[in-house]
Structures are given as structure tokens and as C-alpha cells.
Design a protein around this ligand. Structure first.
Ligand code: HEC
Length: 217
């Protein structure tokens, strides 16, 4: 009797390969559905009912967004709070908010912000990461950027900066004027506000600690 080892039996390898391929295919299909569900955008009623979505609906611009440390998850997470005025209003409908975000998204593509900035992990490292720019306290009531633009709200300060960035240089590198109109700036700021509300698993790493964006640092 020849004692043939299982390791040298080609049928064993054929079967293993089929099982591994089959298992991987099922896993990939499952992950695809799971990911689609995780990244699908929430709605206005989700926001009204306090349903947490990774990507909240456009009307998140009607709410205050903060960045809090989650001890359970070990990184900062966006927290959607009370209503907050955005360019004087906190009652944008789903349609109006969606239009503003769309305008901002088109603007960010037309002016190619990603040439210099990073958005959700894509883009350049020449200029600050914009994923959580809305949460940068420098734009807040006590912030240096808000003070520099002479505006009284975060959104107006950002919009003013975007229209005339070369008037407000803060770093060694200056953002060039890109011919952004007031309307485009409003859309871009809405786009940045919505972006900051997306749960990115703490990305960009250490943003909260570096910028002092989390409560009590
Ligand atoms: C040619 C490169 C370049 C392009 C294109 C560009 N930026 Fe900038 N941006 C910069 C630089 C450099 C800074 C830092 C300037 C400073 O702080 O004085 C900056 C700063 C900013 C800031 C302030 C960041 C902070 O600290 O919170 C915002 C917001 C911003 N840019 C938004 C945009 C948007 C939106 C677009 C696209 C419409 C855009 N930028 C396109 C180079 C660029």
C-alpha cells in the first residue's frame, strides 16, 4: 500500500481552491450590500427622529455639528446637536438643502479643490485637509479666521474667505483666488458642513486633538 500524502493530492488542492473562491465570492457580495447600506444617505426624518446615519441627509445643515471623543470607538465622532442657523435659516427643506449641496459639489469639482486639499481621503496634501474643515475652531466665534474676515458667523466667514482667500493668508502657503461667486461660496460651505457630519471612523486621524475641535480638547 502506497501512503500518498494529502498534500500531494491534486484533487485536494482543486477542492480547496473551489471552496476558497466560493467563500470569497459570497463574502464580497455580502460586503458590497453591507457597504451600500452603510454609506447610503439618511433623510430629513432620520435627523428629526435622532436616527444616526454615517452619511446624514442634506438637511443636516440645519443642525449644529460637533466632534466628540467616543471612548467606545477610540476616536472622535461627529455629533449632530440642536438646530443652528445657516446663513440665517434653520428650516432648509430636503430639496433646498440638496440643491445647495449639489451646487457645492459641482463647485468643488469645477474649481478642483482636490488639486491642493484632501476630501475624504482623496486629493492633495498641499493645503489643509477639508474633510473636517467645518469643525476647525478657527472658524468659530472665538476663532482667528472668523475674526480676520470680520464676519459674525462661521458660514459667512468661510464664504468670505472662499471668495477672497488671498486677502486672508494665515499659513506660509496662500490659497489663490479661484473666482468663486457668493452663490458658489454658499454651496461650498454647505458642502463642507455636510462633509464634516459624515462619520469617517475618526479620519483624518488626530484632527480633533490637533485643532482642539473636541470639547475640552
Ligand atoms: C491651488 C491650491 C488650492 C486650491 C485649488 C484650493 N485651495 Fe483651499 N487652501 C489652499 C491653501 C494653500 C490654504 C491655506 C491658506 C491659508 O491658511 O492661508 C487653503 C485653505 C483653505 C481653507 C481653510 C482651511 C482651514 O484651515 O480651515 C478652506 C476652507 C479652503 N481652502 C477651501 C477650499 C475649497 C472649497 C476649494 C475649492 C473650491 C479650495 N480650497 C481650493 C490652497 C488651495
Amino acid at each position: 500500500m502506497t501512503n500518498k500524502s494529502v498534500w500531494s493530492d491534486s484533487r485536494f488542492w482543486q477542492r480547496s481552491a473551489s471552496w476558497v473562491t466560493g467563500f470569497a465570492a459570497i463574502l464580497l457580495i455580502w460586503l458590497t450590500f453591507d457597504t451600500s447600506a452603510q454609506i447610503s444617505m439618511g433623510t430629513d426624518s432620520d435627523l428629526q427622529n435622532g436616527v444616526t446615519k454615517r452619511v446624514p441627509g442634506p438637511t443636516v445643515i440645519n443642525y449644529k455639528i460637533t466632534y466628540e471623543m467616543s471612548t467606545k470607538r477610540g476616536h472622535e465622532v461627529p455629533v449632530i446637536g440642536e438646530k443652528e442657523k445657516f446663513f440665517g435659516r434653520d428650516d432648509y427643506s430636503e430639496e433646498e438643502a440638496g440643491e445647495l449641496l449639489h451646487l457645492g459639489k459641482l463647485g468643488s469639482q469645477a474649481k478642483n479643490c482636490m488639486d491642493c486639499h484632501t476630501l475624504l481621503g482623496n486629493g492633495g496634501y498641499y493645503a489643509p485637509d477639508l474633510t473636517k474643515a467645518w469643525l476647525d475652531p478657527a472658524w468659530g466665534p472665538e476663532g482667528s479666521l472668523q475674526a480676520m474676515t470680520g464676519k459674525n458667523t462661521k458660514e459667512e466667514a468661510m464664504a468670505e474667505f472662499l471668495q477672497h482667500p488671498s486677502q486672508y493668508p494665515t499659513h506660509a502657503r496662500m490659497m489663490p483666488n479661484l473666482g468663486i461667486t457668493a452663490k458658489e461660496a454658499k454651496g461650498l460651505v454647505a458642502f463642507l458642513k455636510h462633509l464634516s457630519s459624515i462619520d469617517t471612523n475618526g479620519f483624518p486621524r488626530n484632527f480633533g486633538k490637533i485643532q482642539g475641535a473636541i470639547h475640552g480638547k
